[in-house]
Design a protein around this ligand. Sequence first.
Ligand code: MN3
Length: 395
Amino acid sequence: MYNEQFPSITILGSTGSVGEQAIDVAIRNHIRVNALCANKNVKRVEEQARLLKVQACAMADPNAAAQLKIALSDTGVKVFAGTDGICEMIGEHYGTDEVVVNSVIGEAGLKPTLATLEAGKKLALANKESLVCAGDYVMKLAKEKSIEILPVDSEHSAIFQCLRSGGKKRIKRILLTASGGPFYGMTRDQLADITVERALAHPTWNMGAKITIDSATLMNKGFEVIEAVHLFDVRPEQIEVLVHKESIMHSAVEYIDNSVIAQMSVPDMRLCVHYALTHPDRTEAVIPPLDLTQVGKLTFSKPDTETFTLLALALDSIAKGGAVPAVLNAANEVAVAAFLNRKLSFTGIFDVVGETVNTLSDATTCASVEDVFAFDQAARRIADENLKRLGAPIA
Ligand code: MN3
């Protein structure tokens, strides 16, 4: 019934966009799903648990965990609660060869990432904040445990595939593509009164609310640069962000012989999950084929970092290092939540994040992963204060 060629998997963030797509890919490839974790959508997790016949589930929200336990009381499914419970579930072994797909949203994904590596399991990583906040520690732990991190982000999956064509020491540059989001080309004044509804309508990718806003501000692209620096062990200045509106070329690697190897497909996240789960092999497609004659032309341009200041701030943060990227992420989580709750304008996100990063300039001194968590908390407090000053109810 299951294809034993592929490792069995645990999906963290199973009710989110990537999580649902991971389930789709698993079913089509007869990959066994051992365990699931979500925040508080009890109904959907119960459906998934029964459909996939999983052995364990975890809910980040303790009340949701209690409800799920009752809902699944006629099954043998073990239910875990809270962050500690999620990490405990990850630490249990359900088979010999296991992959944890981490598609948790935000900094909340970091502890599960560390727990996965501690447990010696392979990590298919969609939670970019794990690397943004604590890339040094995550990569060090992965190295110690000899675990390869399989990127699920479309750009990083593309780079990962392009890197099969040449040695690591022969990389000249990484060309990281960006759709630019729906507001690319606008001025700061035009961005000021962007509504939540307009910001949530992404032209190409169908994603969750948080990452859709991050794509519209280009914060997401900044995070992806930081993610790539850690994942592929390159210097920040080796990464060039290219605005590519068609979202067909998902990124490329330029080698020292000036050969550029790119990966292309229709924009569909399922391919990224699919490749992470079947790598180094490939199996029959779960997405439609790419018809380049339908696409017609591909365009590329340099990003506007003067208007989209968060991209510039991300480049600066990774250059400074330490916990500066963690501060950037925490401030952004607070600001985006405020925007989605209509308490902050779209450009207010830029200001709250910018001021918070400025205030916590000592975040460069970061000695441990505990320091990362401490700076994360400090950044949230300061971002909240900045919010009181800079926030205003919006339509
Ligand atoms: Mn991406």
